[in-house]
Design a protein around this ligand. Structure first.
Ligand code: MBD
Ligand code: FE
Length: 270
């Protein structure tokens, strides 16, 4: 079916594309190499990875320029829906001896006026201590470190998990070739992924980072927002009857409830 938004966006793309060709003196060989690399990127199954590492952050920053409330952040290529429902307070599904330091992550979910949002659906997923995600890394059980829960009557939640490790983009494929061309390391700072779905408003997709992480300043995916960095507080294990010291961190999440689109979808017919 004919789609005016596609027609308009592609027309706009062609204008910008021609500007780039002239400005960077891209010749026919460069163009052929680009096609070849894109073909390899697709065959390697790395298109979602490449897009989310190198472009998603710019799309989000442009879309949510003047947004109120908690800043959106990358969804990334590793979200899987329909994961196990867990209690709140509860434990993110994990292996019997899940490696890594124990982390109690808590949050308070509110609207942008500060009213608590009870019974809000939250999806949480993260890498393990080695930076690997279940369904993608090898030897990790399905659904590991992924879960769905609901905020309590005060909009609060607390989930026991482990401190995630730094994630590294695979370096052995076309995305790795690109990293060499731009002379950048492959790492993202450790992060938690959260997706909030209020019953009556915009969903918020965001991430949480940790103070002191060595990759906060040069995240390969440029996803870090200062407002999403939390402090990891260290506790003696005895406080919770655990054998080892553990960590806690907390963030407030302020959701926009007004059903106002960020862009007015003006479709120009000409
Ligand atoms: C990730 O874990 C991630 O969060 C993003 C945005 C891109 C690649 C891997
Ligand atoms: Fe991630």
């Amino acid at each position: 079916m004919k789609n005016e938004r596609v027609i308009n966006a592609f027309e706009g793309f062609v204008v910008k594309f021609k500007e780039l060709i002239s400005e960077y003196e891209i010749d026919h060989n460069d163009y052929r190499e680009l096609v070849n690399w894109l073909d390899r990127l697709g065959r390697a199954g790395e298109i979602p990875l490449f897009m989310d590492v190198f472009l998603e952050t710019h799309a989000l920053q442009e879309m949510y320029k003047n947004v109120k409330g908690t800043e959106p952040c990358l969804l990334g290529p590793y979200y899987i829906d329909d994961q196990k429902k867990i209690e709140n307070p509860g434990v993110l599904p994990q292996r019997e001896n899940e490696p890594g330091d124990v982390l109690y992550f808590s949050g308070t979910v509110r609207d942008t006026e500060g009213n608590p949002l009870a019974n809000t659906k939250v999806d949480m997923w993260q890498a393990d201590t080695n930076g690997e995600y279940s369904y993608f890394g090898e030897g990790i059980p399905e659904g590991n470190l992924r879960g769905v829960f609901y905020t309590d009557e005060n909009g609060d939640f607390e989930i026991k998990t482990v401190v995630p490790g730094n994630y590294g983009v695979p370096t052995d494929g076309p995305s790795g070739e690109f990293l060499k061309w731009i002379d950048h390391h492959e790492f993202r700072p450790a992060h938690l992924h959260l997706l909030f779905q209020p019953s009556n408003g915009d969903r918020l997709i965001t991430q949480v980072y940790f103070e002191g992480d060595e990759y906060l300043e040069d995240d390969v995916a440029q996803g870090v927002r200062g407002s999403l960095i939390t402090k990891l507080e260290k506790h003696a294990g005895a406080e919770k009857g655990l054998d080892n010291d553990f960590y806690s961190s907390h963030l407030n999440f302020d959701l926009r409830l007004q059903d106002k689109p960020v862009f007015k979808k003006t479709i120009v017919n000409n």
